[in-house]
Design a protein. Structure first.
Length: 458
């Protein structure tokens, strides 16, 4: 057993126990990043745990997962020469309960590492594995239940098959992910594992069109009523597709929408080093945000329930917007990185204005994509918001977001407050291009800084 924190910090972690849970990427299958708990003001660091000693690599880390009793499930990554291994650890009351190492092998993708993901549901931990497969583990002790694969048997040609998206688990317990393969027999597919253990894989070319490949690191999103699946593919500049989730064979396409719609909306090119995922909205609509490269603005798009474009907004890079309902309106919260384009809102009290670059956290109307409010990190020079997704919550009627900055600080900010009402704390040193998530079930908020899970709160 590995002791992780002081006795006082253990008490703080135990004090976060409540009914809220965070068991899959972006909190839920709609990718809201919204919790029903209240995150404490960020007054001090309450938790710190090293899970990856190679802090210099450009790695897209998945969300830590949190049970209602405060137990954390965290990724771990280890390097032994040229061999890299990935796995999951369970931490309880400051101690390591169990550790599992997967046979997962990353898809080759240049300098950026793909997301290694895991998720939990009904006492089972689902962990990425090799050959388009996943491991099923017992949550209590990490023991292996079995291994489920997108292809059965494993591709007889011996050609590589890769898990390329994080998992999404719908309200019926179905687990969805996407795979890629170099094999013409398998191609790129959307995969479903149902609670009985049955695997269904549907070729994306047959669903969306010739040349379509699953977007790397882009988790499928599922509507709140479990009737629609949204998946992003890369042919052309990119396509967002809605599929009928009630079709057991996963072979019914409801609509497809180009991510290069023209007009006032620029192209959102889905390249392999990104991690943005679609978001399912309460009214049956969907949004997606993707960008050409990490040095220029990409675009968010809002599509109605029939796939018609409702609006667009420029953003930045590697961000899946969260959603929050305030006073009956649905708002999106994410980032707008002004890499190349200036903004009158980018002076942040600095004279002369920062123009460009500057970096905003923005709040958008979910239907029109019109900006309603924005926040810039205090002081100078400007630091990029290094978020992959925010954590959102409400305290009474007020909405809040929790996000990290490349400065090494974590921020808790009240939406629509003027002047901004916020608390912040340094959780580690400056981190460039980290693009990390934040998670919470109320109480402390957790983020990632240089290979450490760091918690902050009271």
């Amino acid at each position: 057993m590995t002791k992780l924190m002081s006795a006082s910090a253990v008490i703080l972690l135990m004090g976060t126990a409540r009914a809220e849970q965070w068991l899959q990427r972006y909190h839920d299958a709609q990718h809201t990043s919204f919790i029903n708990g209240t995150v404490d003001p960020l007054n001090r660091v309450t938790f710190r745990y090293t899970f990856d000693t190679n802090t210099s690599a450009l790695i897209h880390f998945t969300d830590p997962k949190i049970e209602s009793n405060g137990d954390l499930f965290v990724p771990h990554r280890e390097r032994n020469g040229s061999v890299i291994t990935y796995g999951v650890r369970r931490l309880s009351n400051g101690d390591e309960v169990w550790s599992f190492t997967s046979d997962y092998v990353r898809q080759p993708s240049g300098a950026w590492e793909p997301v290694f993901d895991f998720a939990l549901n009904n006492g089972i931990v689902y962990v990425m594995a090799r050959y388009g497969c996943l491991w099923r583990l017992n949550e209590s002790d990490g023991s292996m239940i079995d291994r489920k694969c997108a292809t059965d048997p494993i591709d007889p040609t011996g050609e590589p098959i890769w898990d390329v998206s994080p998992f999404a688990i719908d309200g019926n317990g179905n687990v969805f992910w996407t795979i890629r393969s170099n094999s013409d027999l398998i191609g790129s597919s959307l995969v479903k594992l149902d609670p009985s253990g049955t695997v269904t894989a549907s070729d994306l070319e047959s669903l969306v069109g010739s040349g379509q490949v699953a977007a790397n690191n882009s988790a499928p999103a599922i509507s709140a009523d479990n009737s629609v699946i949204y998946v992003a593919t890369t042919a052309g500049d990119g396509v967002l597709t809605a599929l009928d989730a009630t079709d057991p064979a996963l072979r019914t396409t409801l609509w497809t929408a180009s991510l290069s719609p023209g007009g006032d909306c620029g192209a959102a090119i889905l390249i392999d080093s990104g991690t943005s995922s679609p978001v399912a909205l309460p009214d049956g609509a969907a949004i997606g945000g993707w960008g050409p490269d990490p040095s220029s603005e990409g675009w968010y798009y809002s599509f109605d329930s029939s796939g018609n474009l409702r609006g667009c907004y420029p953003f930045g890079w590697d961000d899946t917007m969260g959603q929050i309902n305030l006073n009956g309106n649905t708002y999106l919260v994410g980032k707008h990185n002004h890499y190349t384009q200036g903004s009158s809102q980018c002076n942040n009290g600095i004279d002369p204005p920062v123009n460009p670059p500057c970096y905003e956290v923005v709040v958008l109307d979910a239907a029109t994509m019109a900006k309603q409010w924005s926040y810039l990190e205090p002081g100078a020079p400007p630091n990029e918001w290094c978020i992959d997704a925010p954590t959102l919550f409400k305290d009474g009627e007020a909405g809040y977001f929790v996000v990290p900055s490349e400065s090494g600080k974590l921020y808790r900010v009240r939406i629509f407050s003027n002047p901004p009402e916020e608390t912040d704390i340094a959780v580690g040193p400056f981190q460039s291009a980290a693009y990390v998530p934040t998670v919470s079930i109320g109480g402390s908020a957790y983020t990632i800084n240089h290979g450490q899970i760091v918690g902050a709160g009271y």
